[in-house]
Design a protein around this ligand. Structure first.
Ligand code: SF4
Length: 745
């Protein structure tokens, strides 16, 4: 105990991590019973080093909000739910899903989710359940965010890239407000360092004067949805003025085709279409081309808008033409423990024929893949740690689709909007009631992994997902205790014995490999300290990392033959409650991982798409505004915090609009307006903000939650979006470009 405060005994500070954005900053928490009484940044975390923004300080609203489920639920004939025991729930869920598999094939069982921002182990364990069911198709929120970028990055460079903002002298954020959405470690510290250094330049491309734009040297305040024109102008300027890194481009193919495609691009016309001053664009290009090191980041502001995949391509052209890859302060390919970002597999979804990128079916086609009489349609769905009824485009259509399934099983901590539609709801442990981790490990050259320990016992009736999947696999007959017993006996002797026994079993029974995650959990979990049991699956991932990234692991201290390196890494992960540096890469090793090892500049399909930019936008007199449906603000995250009391400010998530639009409508902050799109209409409170440009509106993400234990607050943005508004290449939604109308309520 390190003290008594206000008469309450406070436990020691214990390490954990924030679960509200992809950075997963290390935190320390003081518990008061089951309450998260105090939180602060963890200085021992190797990446965040004590940094934390304001969001996690009220994380107790997640852990102890009035929303927890503590018993499995089964749908009743009258449409309600009844509580059932775990044995019944597992038996019936397994039987229902097995019946769908046996009647229609495993491909008809769709899996969605697998974890949120800091919750990635459920997806690893779910691979075993999916294997037992023969489930083929899956998706997650990534398929409405990043798959366009992944597809482009894979074709140009052979993999996903990130940028080194700490060491750049020119930084650009494209559709990205790191002040609130972060994504880069210690975002506000890094932004301030760049902004305050006269030798460095901060460029922001955003229709709104965001908190990051307010710090910028150059704010290119584009009209909403016109980033493709701005970037076309930037690429055309680089080419026309020969501001290229020719030495670097000797390693690239396709420059001539790119030159030809941009020969007729009219820079002035593009700038005019984007609504930005051509002189300012020229200045930005001059700074980028003259930079010692240029780092750039694109995010949802462009990845959920018009021409999103084309924008990802044009964005890469800007930094590749200037040689901004593979040297400090530029771009790199991270050494991840898990490679979850890849390109198109060549496979397509069974009904719509949508491209499957990074193994994910586009979110915007899921409803179409259910609401059809096509024989290959999805008939059952497992949704885990995700809430597609709320978070995917066209909420009403998505709810109709989920309701049309033969069987919907939801694994979650709360009776979410999706769980409310389920046939069975299996209550999960919270992210603080099990060992848990993120696979969003993108740092360079030193990369770190943090397996955070269980802080609290799950309430009676809730189980960690690892246990749920192990029980489902057993009920499905995937394996029996005879398969586990020798592995458990070996685990008790130590990791080398377990490794040897595992290889022996898998060689003798290859199908067991498909159940490796839960086999490890069953065999190794009981041997691990109880607060780390769910970390068992990481042993398998450590083996894969040792095979894939041997030299980088060796530089971080995990050398030797892969089995030895993997076991040393796994042990180090277990032994480091605040996280461990697991790899150390070298800039000179950053190379394209394309088939020929060369950068591919010319993507013909996207170059052809350039021609479409010359087409005029039809005027939309009925819906003259552009709505950004889902803006990240100070107190917004995803929907895991269902308690609106979490939000210190802006409880109802106001609709932001410009002073000019407010004056025209005759409304002021606090007034209510009717906001309509072609898909729906809501009544919402207005906030007049001079950060907005005329014609542009913004609603925050994560609001409009409903159901048990939740007082509704705000508007669910997807009541207004359409699944048909999506990118022609990746199928990602146009949430940031929704045509809208506003009327005084
Ligand atoms: S930056 Fe992200 S992970 Fe870090 S404290 Fe803020 S919300 Fe949490």
């Amino acid at each position: 105990m390190d003290g008594i405060q206000r008469g309450v005994i406070m436990a020691d500070w214990q390490p954990t991590a924030c679960i509200l954005c992809e950075c997963n900053c290390g935190l320390e928490v003081q518990l008061e019973g089951r309450r998260l009484a105090k939180l602060r940044g963890d200085k021992r975390h190797p990446i965040s080093r004590g940094y934390a923004c304001e969001k996690p300080h009220r994380l107790d609203h997640y852990q102890n909000g009035p929303h927890r489920l503590t018993t499995p639920l089964r749908r009743t004939a009258d449409g309600g739910f009844e509580e059932i025991g775990w044995d019944v729930a597992i038996r019936e869920v397994a039987a229902r899903l097995a019946a769908v598999r046996d009647t229609y094939g495993g491909a008809s069982i769709f899996y969605y989710g697998g974890g949120g921002q800091g919750n990635h182990l459920p997806g690893a364990y779910a691979t075993a359940t999916r294997a037992a069911l023969g489930s083929v198709f899956k998706s997650s929120a990534l398929a409405q965010e990043k798959t366009g970028e992944f597809w482009v990055a894979d074709r140009m460079l052979g993999g996903q890239t990130r940028a080194d903002f700490e060491h750049c002298d020119v930084a650009m954020f494209l559709g990205k407000n790191p002040w609130h959405s972060h994504s880069i470690a210690r975002a506000r510290v890094t932004l301030k360092e760049i902004a305050q250094d006269p030798a460095r330049t901060l460029i922001v491309v955003d229709p709104r004067r965001t908190e990051t734009a307010a710090l910028a040297d150059i704010h290119l305040q584009v009209r909403p949805g016109t980033d493709a024109w701005l970037l076309s102008a930037m690429v055309a300027l680089l080419l026309a003025e020969d501001r290229l890194d020719h030495a670097f481009l000797a390693e690239a193919d396709g420059l001539d085709a790119v030159r030809a495609a941009f020969a007729d691009v009219d820079v002035a016309a593009c700038c005019a279409r984007a609504g930005v001053d051509e002189a300012l664009v020229r200045e930005a290009v001059d700074r980028i081309a003259g930079a010692r090191a240029f780092a750039s980041f694109e995010d949802l502001g462009v990845q959920m808008s018009r021409h999103s995949t084309l924008v990802s391509y044009l964005h890469r052209l800007v930094w590749l033409l200037t040689g901004s890859y593979g040297k400090p302060g530029t771009h790199y390919t991270p050494t991840g423990l898990v490679r979850f970002a890849s390109g198109a597999s060549g496979h397509r979804s069974p009904v719509v024929g949508a491209p499957i990128i990074s193994g994910l079916v586009p979110c915007n086609v899921i409803a179409e893949e259910i609401l059809t009489d096509h024989p290959g349609r999805y008939r059952a769905m497992i949704v885990e740690a995700a809430n597609p009824a709320h978070s995917l485009a066209d909420g009403p259509l998505m709810r109709e689709a989920l309701g049309a399934l033969d069987t919907l099983v939801v694994i979650d901590v709360a009776l979410s909007e999706t769980a409310q539609l389920a046939d069975y709801v299996l209550p999960a442990a919270s992210q603080l009631e099990k060992a848990e981790a993120t696979f969003f490990n993108f740092e360079f050259p030193k990369n770190a992994f943090h397996l955070r320990r269980r802080l609290l016992e799950p309430p009676p009736g809730a189980l960690p997902e690892a246990e749920i999947h192990a029980r489902l696999c057993e009920a499905l007959g995937a394996f029996d205790d005879a398969a586990v017993a020798p592995l458990r006996a070996a685990a008790e002797k130590g990791l080398p014995a377990l490794g040897a026994a595992f290889m022996q079993r898998v060689l003798a029974h290859p199908k067991l490999k498909r159940y490796a995650s839960v086999l490890l959990y069953r065999a190794l979990g009981p041997v691990l300290p109880p607060d780390l049991a769910e970390g068992a699956v990481l042993l398998g991932l450590a083996f894969r990392a040792a095979m894939d990234h041997g030299p980088a692991l060796a530089r971080a201290g995990f050398g030797g033959p892969p089995p030895m390196a993997a076991m040393a890494l796994f042990q180090a992960i277990l032994d480091a409650p605040s996280g461990v540096v697991f790899s150390e890469s070298r800039w000179e090793d950053v190379r394209p991982k394309t088939a020929g090892g060369r950068i591919q500049l010319a993507l013909e399909d996207l170059l052809a798409e350039l021609g479409r930019l010359a087409e005029p936008d039809p005027e939309d007199v009925d819906f003259p505004y552009v709505l950004a449906a889902g803006e990240r603000r100070s107190f917004t995250a995803n929907t895991i915090i269902r308690d609106p009391a979490w939000r210190k400010r802006d409880r109802d998530g106001a609709l932001r609009m410009s002073p000019a639009d407010a004056a025209r409508l005759g409304v002021a902050t606090g007034d209510r307006v009717r906001l309509s799109t072609r898909r729906g209409a809501v009544v919402v409170v207005v906030e007049v903000s001079d950060t907005m440009q005329a014609g542009h509106l913004a609603l925050p993400n994560g609001l409009g939650l409903s159901g048990r234990g939740t007082e509704p607050a705000g508007v669910a943005p997807n009541e207004l979006t359409s699944a048909a508004d999506r990118d022609p290449f990746a199928g990602t939604p146009h949430h940031k470009y929704v045509r809208a109308r506003v009327e005084v309520a």
